[in-house]
Design a protein around this ligand. Structure first.
Ligand code: C5P
Length: 273
């Protein structure tokens, strides 16, 4: 498709994240159920020269420097393009913003360069942007069975947490994986029941580094979510609701009680972007 092109960069959510091992090079082996949200950044790509401009509520959290993942993605695809990034997601917050942005640039360019994973462990999953089981370092992807409708409440304490610090603070790196064969998820009850048997192994170390994460989880639980967990390496926490109105009511209540927090409600992204 010709340029200019506007691409959604949906937030990613780790419904589960098991850390099952560590390679000699220090990278961790993961087993994670990943879904994508309606909520996200937006990338616009127009013909070159290579440049990046930032807009949106979280633009000030980023610099348009050469290491920005959007520019790295365009260089990996060997394309000189002007990129505008509307940054709606908090930066370094466990919901894949940078990886989603890089993947959106690649989608806009119809590019699938080799060594994708060098941009970030979540980039291959974000390029697909449909629900997947993610294993290895993030490069082994399998589509998930159909999921029931879900409404997600997101709460971030307003501070970022560097991913390597959270991995370094893990006490155990050889935690059990998810079952080899996933069950079907015919309804919310079945999905929630399965998720309750699973974990985010990065939650405990993240809370040790940033105790306010426990306050976010408690607020989501008190708002009536059927499952409450942290996403990725944090600090964004989420609650699952079966009803959009309840998720929005919880969002409004928590946002007025904790004005320093970032609070949002979202459905899942459509299966095909
Ligand atoms: O790939 P990404 O940029 O998300 O990774 C950030 C950091 O998180 C890595 O530099 C590494 O310290 C840690 N990480 C890891 N194992 C993974 C993914 C990330 O140890 N599978």
């Amino acid at each position: 498709m010709p340029l200019p092109r506007r691409e959604a960069a949906p937030a990613k959510l780790n419904l589960t994240l098991h850390v099952t091992g560590r390679r000699p090079d220090g990278y961790h082996l993961l087993d994670s159920l990943v879904v994508f949200l309606e909520l996200g950044d937006v990338v616009t790509v127009t013909p070159g020269p290579l440049s990046l401009s930032l807009t949106g509520p979280f633009a000030q959290g980023l610099a348009a420097e050469p290491n920005n993942l959007c520019l790295r993605a365009a260089r990996l695809a060997e394309r000189d393009v002007r990129i505008t990034l509307e940054k709606n997601l908090p930066v370094a917050s466990g919901i894949g913003g940078g990886s989603a942005d890089a993947a959106a640039v690649l989608r806009a360019l119809d590019a699938q360069p080799d060594r994708l994973e060098t941009l970030g462990a979540d980039v291959p999953a974000c390029l697909a942007s449909h629900p997947v089981r993610m294993q290895g370092l993030g490069e082994i992807l399998a589509p998930l069975p159909p999921l029931p409708e879900l409404h997600v409440l997101l709460v971030n304490p307003g501070h970022s947490l560097p991913t390597p610090d959270v991995f370094n603070a893990l006490e155990r790196r050889d935690n059990p994986p998810m079952p080899d064969r996933l069950p079907g998820f015919p309804d919310t009850h079945a999905l929630i029941g399965f998720l309750q048997e699973c974990r985010n192994d990065l939650e405990a170390p993240a809370i040790r580094l940033m105790p306010e994460i426990a306050d976010c989880l408690a607020a989501i639980r008190a708002a009536g979510a059927t499952l409450t967990r942290m996403s990725g390496s944090g600090a964004t926490c989420f609650g699952l609701f079966t009803d959009a109105d309840r998720a929005k009511a919880a969002r409004d209540r928590i946002a007025s009680a904790a004005p320093g927090w970032w609070v949002a409600a979202s459905g899942l992204a459509p299966a095909k972007l």
